[in-house]
Design a protein around this ligand. Structure first.
Ligand SMILES: *[C@@H]1O[C@H](CO)[C@@H](O)[C@H](O)[C@H]1NC(C)=O
Ligand SMILES: *[C@@H]1O[C@H](CO)[C@@H](O)[C@H](O)[C@H]1NC(C)=O
Ligand SMILES: *[C@@H]1O[C@H](CO)[C@@H](O)[C@H](O)[C@H]1NC(C)=O
Ligand SMILES: *[C@@H]1O[C@H](CO)[C@@H](O)[C@H](O)[C@H]1NC(C)=O
Ligand SMILES: *[C@@H]1O[C@H](CO)[C@@H](O)[C@H](O)[C@H]1NC(C)=O
Ligand SMILES: *[C@@H]1O[C@H](CO)[C@@H](O)[C@H](O)[C@H]1NC(C)=O
Length: 385
């Protein structure tokens, strides 16, 4: 009996072992060149994807990407040392129709050739965070390829956080519109451009050719005001301007925000403007009044600060507290004024009564006598009972 059970267990183990071996071979991604990468089904964002994950394997070019298995749905190719993404990065014959997510963050990418992302028509999310992309024309090389994101017809999310070489803020801002126009990103929903030293855009209609754009992330840049058009974005839902260089919003800017919410538009708008060096003063008072009445949702209003300069020193004050203590001071002053008025009034009445005490007494006497008499009668009556 016991030996039979042992036999069963052994058979089971052998079977499992063979299964594991087969699996391991499938895991090898179908080609030795992808050796070291993980290939297989895996959960990501509550969904199962066929993932090829080549993280931190020291790849120095992208040749292996021409050999990706056809079933690849998500490519993670991060932490390698790639200076250039060539035209047709994934080859011309490869049939990567299922590829939905490409993450090529943190590779030191310097140059992306035009049409790099052709032949991957179903990609919805592209991440190129933390790279060293040069975008402006240079004396020796022309790095400016306005078609860098062309043919990504189905792209919904583009992540370009800290993606560009330092000091390209101005050049980047000049070229972005060009890129968006030429890349035809008609389905782009979410755009991340944080940490790119952007001060402003040469063309204020920079985002206007992205008709589906819902969320714009521009945090940790040097933007000094609402210096780009949002009126042209019918779907805008979230605007992140956290940690920029905004000192004030003009009345026109605030009105522009208001135009994105009821009663002007039947939708909501959330903005994040914390971490900006607002200047304490009239503009801040206006902003405070606006915050109290607007239909725009402002994230973390309690975190807003303004900068006050006194005797050459800068002080950072909480905007809400400042505005509220100011209005509290006003209401306190009003109370004091009221008390003073009441005191004056009472004094005046007393003075009047004192001056006219004879006539007041004469007028009051008959009344007093009547009351006294009534009290006496009542007392007698009650004693009789
Ligand atoms: C890819 O692999 C790296 C290291 O092997 C791991 O840290 C990372 O979580 C993986 N990414 C995904 C999306 O599975
Ligand atoms: C990928 O795109 C093609 C058109 O380019 C389409 O026919 C196909 O259904 C898409 N596949 C998936 C899995 O989305
Ligand atoms: C980015 O590229 C420049 C040259 O264009 C180079 O000097 C710099 O070291 C690179 N930075 C990183 C983090 O790779
Ligand atoms: C942009 O893409 C749409 C399909 O999404 C296509 O109909 C249109 O012709 C493209 N325009 C350009 C200029 O490539
Ligand atoms: C922020 O704005 C001030 C003027 O309001 C300017 O002097 C300063 O250079 C700006 N900072 C950056 C990093 O752009
Ligand atoms: C906020 O929306 C309501 C409902 O549409 C509207 O009546 C009100 O005037 C709006 N407030 C402002 C400040 O626009």
């Amino acid at each position: 009996m016991l030996s039979l059970k042992m036999g069963n267990v052994l058979t089971l183990w052998t079977f499992l072992g063979i299964l594991l071996c087969i699996n391991a071979r499938v895991d090898k991604c179908g080609t030795l060149l992808l050796d070291g990468c993980f290939c297989g089904q895996q959960y990501h964002d509550d969904q199962i994807y066929f993932i090829v994950n080549c993280t931190g394997l020291g790849f120095r070019n992208t040749d292996v990407l021409k050999l990706l298995p056809e079933e690849t749905e998500m490519l993670v190719f991060t932490g390698n040392h790639i200076s250039t993404l060539p035209t047709n990065l994934f080859g011309e014959e490869n049939n990567l129709k299922r590829l939905k997510i490409i993450d090529m963050s943190n590779n030191g990418i310097h140059d992306i050739k035009g049409k790099a992302f052709h032949h991957v028509p179903n990609v919805t999310r592209l991440l190129l965070n933390h790279n060293n992309i040069s975008i402006s024309s240079d004396d020796e090389h022309n790095f400016h390829h306005p078609r860098v994101f062309s043919n990504l017809y189905n792209l919904q999310e583009l992540h370009l956080t800290n993606a560009f070489q330092d000091n390209t803020g101005a050049a980047l801002a000049d070229d972005l519109h060009d890129i968006f126009v030429n890349s035809n990103l008609t389905k782009l929903y979410k755009l991340h451009l944080e940490q790119n030293e952007i001060k402003g855009f040469k063309d204020e209609r920079v985002f206007c050719d992205l008709p589906e754009l819902h969320d714009i992330y521009l945090g940790d840049n040097n933007i000094p005001s609402l210096n780009f058009d949002i009126q042209c974005l019918p779907k805008l839902r979230y605007l992140d301007l956290e940690n920029n260089n905004i000192t004030s919003f003009s009345k026109k800017d605030l009105a522009t925000f208001d135009r994105k919410v009821p009663p002007f538009r039947q939708a909501s708008l959330i903005i994040d403007i914390a971490g900006n060096p607002f200047k304490c003063g009239d503009a801040v008072r206006e902003l405070y009044q606006w915050l109290k009445t607007t239909n725009v949702t402002v994230r973390h209003p309690e975190k807003l600060q303004c900068l006050q300069t006194k005797h050459g020193n800068n002080y950072l004050l909480n905007l809400m507290t400042l505005a509220e203590t100011k209005s509290a001071k006003v209401s306190k002053a009003l109370k004091v004024l009221l008390v003073i008025l009441v005191v004056i009034l009472v004094t005046l009445i007393c003075a009047y009564v004192y001056l006219k005490k004879e006539s007041v007494k004469n007028r009051l006497n008959p009344l007093l006598e009547a009351v006294t008499r009534k009290v006496q009668y009542t007392t007698i009556e009650s004693q009789e009972v």
